[in-house]
Design a protein around this ligand. Structure first.
Ligand SMILES: *Cc1c(COP(=O)(O)O)cnc(C)c1O
Length: 397
């Protein structure tokens, strides 16, 4: 291993050299079943032919021009995304953090234009919004923030899934202009809020004149069984951010807006050199096309229910398993103790999983997995968890 990369990642000692669908192969040609998708990125799996063809063709034609000019592929993706999301306009960038930065800037500019000089954005405990200074400040995890002070002003934090706390904030903080929230908290441990939470938030935002800004970076692009996570709640956001699954691995982020929020950013107010370049937008178009043509969000919903049922069957009542939860192919299994070592144990067995929030096994498999692969993931993960929680029992068996 080289010493020349900054040491900000604790990497596992494995390198993948190729992939196909839900399978990856390492440099020793060992095969792995991917139940993580590069953290909810490769929803169509690896080496998807539609993405490959779009990228090859675009790479051989034109990769980058500049936002100084019109970019037809960006316009096409913008049209498509807005039609699918019920949004009016989109700004393209290159990552989730950048998409949220754009949303935060949009909220502030909107406020200033309405005479609010010190606007505040309401954010949640246990949230994750990115690693730039503003998105790190918005993130509800003190560990991620430690050492990076001074943080950015203009955020107010309350507990997640708590509508009463929103009302209290509204009373005490007259300068709140927007709420930034994940429909399901991903990094925070696959935390699914109560039914009606998002609808309640939407109602409060309307009443107080705030923008409802949904961070769908992890929940979007079909992951939860609908194209976007908030669709299950039948609500509409003013601002929505996307990234992860949008390019199936090609870096692209998007900040979408509707109604008055869509008219806030004018020439010179925001920008990105790479954002929305022809290559990334062709990837995005290919992803959306496949998702819709092959009904992958619906498929994720069906598969997710199948996996959740099977996990309940395999793990409910086992001492140490606190909860099995999730929606679609975003699944979390919360244990009563830190379990990061499960990742390496799974890797050993040829399975890629993740542990987040210290005690939550997180699964984010590609949306294209088949029933057998889904069952295989459930079997392997259940066995790993059972032997982790009761090692002696395992030795005897
Ligand atoms: C991953 C993630 C981000 C940050 O995205 P990056 O591309 O890593 O900057 C922001 N919000 C949510 C909900 C995420 O899951």
């Amino acid at each position: 291993m080289t010493d020349h990369l900054m040491a900000n990642y604790a990497r596992l000692p494995v390198a993948f050299t190729r992939g196909e669908g839900a399978w990856l192969w390492d440099s020793n040609d060992k095969r792995y079943l991917d139940a993580l998708s590069g953290i909810a990125v490769c929803g169509l799996g690896h080496a998807h032919p539609a993405v490959r063809d779009a990228l090859c063709e675009q790479a051989g034609t034109l990769i980058h021009t500049s936002n100084l000019y019109r970019i037809p592929a960006q316009e096409a993706l913008g049209d498509r995304l807005c039609a699918s999301a019920g949004m009016d306009r989109v700004f393209f960038c290159n990552s989730g953090a950048e998409a949220n930065e754009a949303a935060i800037k949009l909220a502030r500019l909107h406020a200033h234009r309405n005479g609010i000089d010190k606007p505040e954005v309401l954010v949640m405990d246990n949230s994750f919004h990115g690693r730039t200074l503003a998105t790190l400040t918005a993130t509800g995890n003190r560990k991620a923030q430690a050492g990076f002070e001074p943080l950015v002003h203009g955020f107010v934090r309350i507990p997640y899934d708590d509508l009463a706390a929103v009302e209290t904030a509204a009373t005490n903080r007259p300068n709140i202009v927007a709420v930034l929230v994940e429909p399901i908290q991903g990094e925070g441990g696959v935390v699914v809020p109560s039914n009606g939470y998002l609808a309640g938030l939407q109602e409060q935002c309307r009443r107080h004149g705030w923008l409802l800004m949904l961070d769908e970076i992890q929940t979007g692009m079909g992951r939860t069984g609908a194209l976007f996570g908030h669709v299950h709640e039948g609500i509409a956001a003013d601002v929505m951010t996307l990234a992860k699954g949008l390019g199936n691995g090609v870096p692209i982020g998007a900040c979408m807006a509707r109604g008055a929020a869509a008219e806030v950013l004018g020439p010179g107010t925001h920008g990105s050199t790479f954002g929305g370049n022809p290559l990334a937008c062709r990837a995005g178009c290919a992803v959306l096309e496949v998702l819709e043509k092959e009904h992958l969000p619906e498929r994720a919903g069906v598969l997710g229910s199948r996996m959740l049922d099977a996990f309940h069957h395999a793990l409910d009542g086992i001492a140490g398993v606190l909860q099995v939860r999730g929606r679609g192919l975003m699944i979390g299994i919360e244990l009563d103790r830190p379990c990061a070592e499960l990742v390496a144990r799974a890797l050993d067995q040829g399975l890629l999983i993740n542990v987040t929030a210290e005690r939550v096994v997180r699964l984010l498999p590609p949306l294209i997995i088949d029933d057998q692969q889904a069952d295989c993931i459930v079997d392997a993960v259940s066995r790993l968890i059972r032997s982790f929680l009761a090692p002696r029992h395992q030795d005897a068996g």
